[in-house]
Design a protein around this ligand. Structure first.
Ligand code: CP
Ligand code: NVA
Length: 314
């Protein structure tokens, strides 16, 4: 898909892909998240009288809790719609779901199998739609990750981040946010599991404006060489469970273990969006070591959820 075609898919007033925000808007949301973290009491009424619908077709710990607690801590109300038993759009068309919800609530967050579901809700709803994870993107996660890296390293400009593993939703959102924040991201993925070309093209285009660099290599060693931070995610995402055994063969060499971490910069930190499979994509002695900042990432999901919702629905 061309960059122009992606741009046409992007809706305004939401966080459907992560591509709809300018680098300045991303910086602003990260700044707000930092301020909310430092002084939560000041934002107690930011969503007073506002309601947010959370529609989830897949399981969640972090995303659900941070959105629900985030809305409550801003004085608003979240309504959880459990769609894990049947697909959204089965009982009634997505258009009708959107056209009903917009009469009652002020924003929708949706976790779904297909990015098209997020796109379609956003197309029909006159209220902001937030992508709470799709097969293509997980923007709330990437924003929290870059907030975590900024706290750790002081600045994101030129920060050397390596992503090792599947060119999946997490990888895509890291590419977009790296491009928007001026970071230097190197993705190491097996040839048949590299990130989508359209996402790569978009990220590289934005990178020209911000000074970011987005490189794609096909070995984990090339990805982590000199990296200040090493990130990985599961080899089989939600919805790909049946491919797990096949994928494990391709990804075995991409495990993040002490010997791979040795090849990163001295003192490099480890990141993972969680949930993690210890012994597969990462070994216990890396994820449970002092260099792991996975719980800082998880904590920052809350502050980012609050900043995103206050920005879009406040
Ligand atoms: N990282 C993340 O999105 O976690 P959950 O699937 O638990 O929401
Ligand atoms: N890539 C993973 C991320 C989970 C937060 C998945 O989609 O299952």
């Amino acid at each position: 898909m061309s960059v122009a075609a992606i741009a046409r898919r992007v809706s305004t007033g939401g966080l459907v892909t992560g591509m709809e925000w300018t680098p300045a808007e991303v910086r602003e949301v990260l700044r707000l998240a930092g301020k909310m973290k430092a002084n939560p009491a000041r934002y107690r009424s930011a969503l007073e009288g506002r309601s947010v619908a959370l529609i989830f077709e897949k399981p969640s710990l972090r995303t659900r809790v941070t959105l629900e607690v985030g809305v409550a801590s801003l004085g608003g109300h979240a309504v959880f719609l459990d769609q894990t038993g049947s697909r959204l759009g089965e009982r009634e068309p997505l258009r009708d779901v959107a056209k009903n919800l917009e009469r009652w609530v002020h924003a929708i967050a949706v976790r779904t199998f297909a990015q098209e579901t997020v796109d379609e809700l956003a197309r029909y709803a006159s209220i902001p739609v937030v992508n709470a994870l799709s097969d293509r993107f997980h923007p709330c996660q990437a924003l929290a990750d870059f907030l975590t890296l900024e706290e750790r390293f002081g600045s994101l400009a030129g920060l050397k981040l390596a992503y090792v593993g599947d060119g999946n939703n997490i990888c895509h959102s890291l590419m977009l946010t790296a491009a928007q924040t001026g970071a230097a991201l190197r993705v190491g993925a097996p040839k048949s599991y590299q990130p989508a070309e359209d996402v790569t093209n978009w990220a590289r285009q934005v990178a020209q404006e911000t000074g970011a660099t987005i490189e794609i290599v096909d070995t984990p060693e090339a990805a982590v060489a000199g990296a200040q931070a090493v990130y990985t995610d599961v080899w089989a995402s939600m919805g790909q469970e049946e491919e797990a055994a096949e994928r494990a063969k391709f990804f075995a060499a991409f495990q993040v273990n002490p010997s791979l971490m040795e090849q990163a910069a001295p003192g490099a930190v480890f990141l993972h969006c969680l949930p993690a499979h210890r012994g597969l994509e990462v070994t216990e002695d890396v994820i449970d070591s002092p260099r792991s900042i996975v719980y800082e990432q998880a904590e920052n999901r809350l502050h980012v959820a609050k900043a995103v919702l206050a920005t879009l629905a406040g």
